[in-house]
Design a protein around this ligand. Structure first.
Ligand code: ATP
Ligand code: MG
Length: 798
């Protein structure tokens, strides 16, 4: 099974089939081909882990190749940064570090060969004329007046281009393929352009540079790549990839291109252009700002390579694009840090606490475990005395109902130490509380307590150290900044809070740069590798603390699921926010409306920008039981189980639909991905579409009687009008056209239009199947789905 793709994936299947058939002499060679024009981001990590993982799994090799064919945007500083990041991910390219610029001469030789063979020509039209002449999807292209230049003339011109005799834009080298080709990319694509620019590696040696579509297949072929894996937007380039290789070969092995879905992640942008803009405009502190989705940024935030691998496994590799819930990344990071970050105490916004009953001048050292509940893993000494500091937010003069922290007359446990009772406060000139006075209960030292008291963290007032703590939040306020007119407008101005006067216990003051910690009750923190000094660490918050199964996570994933479809979160998603705070801290809040100040105090362990609009109901253990059952018994994905399990209303609807279609997974998928969005926040119970009808709808789709595209139309209609899914499907004409004769006719038309490819396919060029299948799909004009078209074509070619 492929690493970074636990549970296998379609690429692993392809490789296994190739190995089984003995293709490429049993070799598996993949590559990761970044262009050195920016830092790598988490999307690249997905591609790196996939390519290196597949090579490792199948005993092959993975190359790191710099696709440095565009001198103007590239820089050797990026070359260095990219290598560091790939290595950091744990990927090893061995001897296989390659640069496209090292093989410019071989590429040029291939271009000359194409020219000699009459398959490429120098076009002297201006770029606009070339673009215009290419036509469009509906309109075939028009041949360039230079298309019929003789090979000798072309060779001479190409040589002049290369020799620097012609200025930028004077002409280009184009492949001579087919100006009426149904795939616009094959209408005599550009192979070389003139660019008098200094290259970061070849200097002024070249003044013509190859285009991606020409360079990439050749780089693959030169390096002996067997499986060239790229993202989906290159699907239609594959025909050109094949053309280049077919006309410059033979190649052994002959590389094949495969596409997978690129990663898009909520609350961030993954376009190098936009990331560069954030850096260039100083919206962030640099490529490695801990809010950036770059590997350098994630590393500095305290995310480990192991967490990224876990994340890659979690999201898998698919062939359809979707936005991944950032909750999945946070889940993977939390799971990883949970195991590696020892616990210690830090007070971010200190409030003095005086233990009146503690003798002045008496100090003790408490031995507190690094890992509560696991004393075997060691302890550290934490000084305790009469003057302490606690979190300002852990004290309330007028506590809301259910408050389990400090307040006049109340008792709490100082974590790992004594139970104290608040007997008074000191006030400043403006009446503000400047200190809390307490008495302690002798003999109560330790953990927990018979009365189920809440615990608060603390540090010694004089034997703690002041440090800087940086609280990072998501960089953007919205899940899809890319969908905004101007993504910069969606930046969250409060994504970074710097706290100068935080106080930490002695052990934390000695934290080594690059060490991970859990600050008790607050979250995971990372001693900044750049800014920390011995004895003066600077801490970056990696993530606020949160039980991944808490209602908070659920509230977030519920609102995310709705937001994914571009619709504002419904009331049900919001109401659990305050509830989550209670779960996070293990203290129930009562179902009365607390003051908003109190609620924000209650939320202080997981600072959030989400507005709290509603009183918190007490936590419901039954939702936890439900989501565990959904995950473990019904085998729903973690995010679906969270979404459906935590919300009364959703889970009721889901369970009411199950009897009419007892397949939880597709039911949950349609509910989470589509129905919630279509409901636009209207409670499901008040939709015209009832749960049983929804079940029937999913049954119809899964039986293949409507295509996936029509299914969405049908569901939208059901949400609006209700009624019987099958009847509505018939009424709207959405039933799959089961017209085998039409499909067979489409197959015949496609085969006669591509007679040569069909012949070559029959002679053993199996990769042409895709070309033929594409032709069938085009001929069928969308009436056939890929699976039946594939079946019909296979049948016919047999
Ligand atoms: P651009 O081409 O706009 O500069 P890019 O992100 O595609 O940006 P490349 O350096 O070409 O940058 O990417 C290197 C490899 O990483 C390519 O194979 C690409 O398919 C892959 N890749 C890029 N972005 C993602 C993503 N979001 N998810 C998965 N793979 C990605
Ligand atoms: Mg790219």
């Amino acid at each position: 099974m492929a690493e970074g793709a636990r549970g296998g994936n379609f690429l692993a299947d392809i490789i296994e089939a190739d190995l089984a058939a003995g293709r490429n002499g049993g070799r598996v060679v993949t590559r990761f081909p970044p262009e050195p024009n920016g830092f790598l981001h988490i999307g690249h990590a997905k591609s790196i882990l996939l390519n290196f993982g597949l090579a490792r799994t199948y005993g092959g090799e993975a190359h790191l190749r710099f696709d440095d064919t565009n001198p103007t945007a590239e820089d050797s500083a990026y070359v260095e940064a990219i290598q560091r990041d790939v290595r950091w991910l744990g990927c090893d390219w061995g001897d296989h570090l390659h640069f496209a610029s090292d093989v410019f001469d071989r590429m040029y030789a291939c271009a000359e060969r194409l020219v000699r063979d009459g398959k490429a020509y120098v076009d002297s039209q201006p770029v606009e004329a070339i673009r215009e002449g290419r036509g469009s999807f509906e309109r075939p292209g028009t041949p360039s007046p230079f298309r019929e230049r003789l090979p000798e003339e072309n060779l001479a011109l190409l040589e002049r281009m290369r020799a620097g005799e012609l200025p930028d834009g004077a002409c280009v080298l184009r492949a001579r393929i087919d100006m009426a080709h149904p795939n616009v990319l094959l209408r005599d694509p550009l192979l070389y352009r003139i660019r008098h620019a200094r290259h970061h590696r070849t200097g002024d040696l070249w003044c013509i540079y190859p285009m991606y579509d020409f360079a990439h297949p050749l780089e693959d072929a030169f390096e002996g790549i067997t499986h060239s894996i790229c993202t989906l937007e290159f699907e239609s380039n594959r025909e050109l990839y094949d053309w280049v290789l077919d006309n410059t070969g033979p190649w052994d092995p002959r590389p094949r291109q495969y596409e997978f879905a690129r990663l898009a992640l909520g609350y961030t942008v993954l376009s190098k252009r936009k990331l560069l803009q954030l850096v260039a405009e100083k919206r962030v502190s640099g490529w490695d700002d801990p809010r950036m989705p770059t590997l350098a940024g994630l590393r500095r935030r305290g995310v480990t390579p192991e967490a990224l691998r876990e994340f890659a496994d979690l999201i898998g590799v698919a062939k359809n694009n979707s936005v991944v819930d950032i909750g999945k990344l946070e889940f993977a990071v939390r799971g990883d840090l949970e195991k590696r970050a020892p616990r210690a105490m830090a007070v971010l916004r200190p409030l003095p606490l005086i233990v009146e009953s503690w003798p002045e001048g008496r100090e003790v050292e408490l031995a507190l475990p690094w890992w509560p509940g696991e004393p075997g893993r060691g302890t550290r000494a934490v000084p305790f005395g009469r003057e302490l500091l606690v979190e300002r937010d852990d004290f309330a003069l007028e506590p809301p109902p259910g408050w389990k922290r400090l307040a006049p007359g109340r008792e709490v446990r100082l974590a790992g130490a004594y139970v104290v009772r608040c007997v008074g406060v000191e006030r400043g000139a403006a009446g503000e509380v400047t200190a809390v006075r307490c008495t302690h209960e002798a003999g109560s030292a330790g953990e927990g307590g018979p009365r189920g008291l809440g615990a608060v963290h603390w540090v010694h007032a004089h034997r703690s150290t002041a440090v800087t703590v940086r609280l990072y939040d998501r960089l953007f306020r919205v899940e899809r900044p890319d969908a905004e007119e101007d993504f910069l407008q969606a930046l969250d101005p409060e994504s970074l809070t710097v706290i100068g006067g935080a106080r930490v216990e002695p052990a934390l003051a000695e934290a080594a740069a690059g060490s991970h910690w859990q600050f008790l009750r607050q979250g995971y923190f990372f001693a900044d590798p750049e800014d920390s000094r011995p004895g003066a660490p600077v801490f970056n918050r990696t993530l606020a603390l949160k039980d991944p199964w808490s209602a908070k996570a659920v509230a977030r994933s519920a609102s995310t699921a709705v937001l994914t479809t571009g619709i504002a979160p419904g009331g049900h998603a919001r109401s659990s926010t305050a509830e989550s705070a209670a779960w996070t801290t293990g203290r129930p809040l009562e179902p009365h409306a607390p003051s908003s100040a109190a609620v924000s105090a209650a939320l202080s362990t997981a600072p959030t920008t989400e507005p709290v609009t509603k009183a918190a109901p007490s936590p419901r253990p039954e939702s936890l039981a439900r989501l565990t059952r959904y995950r473990d018994e019904l085998e729903l994905s973690a995010s679906e189980a969270e979404l459906l399990g935590a919300d009364e209303e959703l889970s009721r609807f889901f369970e009411a639909a199950l009897p009419s279609y007892p397949h939880p997974k597709p039911l949950a998928r349609w509910l989470a991905n589509d129905l919630l969005g279509l409901a636009k926040g209207v409670p499901l119970a008040s939709l015209p579409l009832g749960a049983p009808a929804f079940g029937k709808f999913v049954a119809l789709v899964e039986s293949g009687r409507v295509t996936a595209a029509s299914a969405k139309v049908l569901l939208a209609a059901l949400v609006q009008r209700g009624g019987d899914p099958e009847a509505l499907m018939a009424e709207l004409g959405l039933a799959r056209q089961e017209d085998p004769a039409a499909l067979l006719a489409a197959v015949e038309r496609a085969l006669s239009a591509h007679a040569r490819e069909a012949e070559r396919y029959r002679a053993g060029e199996v990769k042409l199947f895709g070309v033929l299948l594409g032709a069938v799909m085009r001929e069928a004009q969308g009436a056939a789905d890929a699976a039946s078209a594939r079946r019909a074509l296979e049948e016919r070619l047999r």
